[in-house]
Design a protein around this ligand. Sequence first.
Ligand SMILES: C[S@@+](CC[C@H](N)C(=O)[O-])C[C@H]1O[C@@H](n2cnc3c(N)ncnc32)[C@H](O)[C@@H]1O
Length: 236
Amino acid sequence: MRMRKKKNSESRLLACEKYLLNTDEMLTDPLTVMGEGYSKVFLEIGAGKGGFACAMAERHSDAAYFAMERVTDCVVLCAEKANSGEYGELNNLRFLIDTADNLMHIFPRGSVDAIFLNFSDPWSKKGYAKRRLTHRRYLAMYMNLLRDGGTLTFKTDNVGLFDFSLEEIEAMGLTLTAMTRDLHASEWNEGNIMTEYERSFSEQGMKINMLKITKPVGFNPDIAPEFLTKGRYMGE
Ligand SMILES: C[S@@+](CC[C@H](N)C(=O)[O-])C[C@H]1O[C@@H](n2cnc3c(N)ncnc32)[C@H](O)[C@@H]1O
């Protein structure tokens, strides 16, 4: 998501501080970060402008909802949206300014119930496939973060990225629990929360692809060493 540098981003973030989470240290128990009484942990990667995160946190008030976004200026918009009052109090929502590459340094293994990837960057140029958030090295990491029976849901307008993701899922021996190439016309659309990109693409008449996988019991594939190295990997 290309954005112009936001003016006063630091002071704007400070004003919405209660919606931000420091990622310098591993969370001991993500379920209790926002207080007692939550029964599941949701993680969104690449929150963009934050509309999906706010609506999901509002709907799933029993979930501790973590929305990760690596671009600080996007998080300014996310946190301001959460702080706007439009979605109520949202005590169960926190934004993390960080990259997915650092997830193993933030969330304990087996601590996440559901992961959401929405309209992830396609990295279409030759030689960049490794950076796609549905590349097998990321899928292996997600599987380790998820508890047994936890789910990963992925939506995209990009057919090339969707096909690539299906191949990666198959190569890992994972099976789909849901899949459609036209989400809005499908049985899976009920209760669907549209993201900012999703609204824009569907207004242009583009179809939305969606897939969901469930972590098989005890499926914890090896994690790529670059995601485990101490000192925190910050991209290539
Ligand atoms: C195309 S935008 C989609 C935004 C939003 N999910 C939506 O559907 O409207 C992708 C977002 O993912 C973020 N992103 C890309 N790679 C990331 C990574 N490795 N870790 C965290 N965020 C990432 C980008 O900064 C961008 O805001």
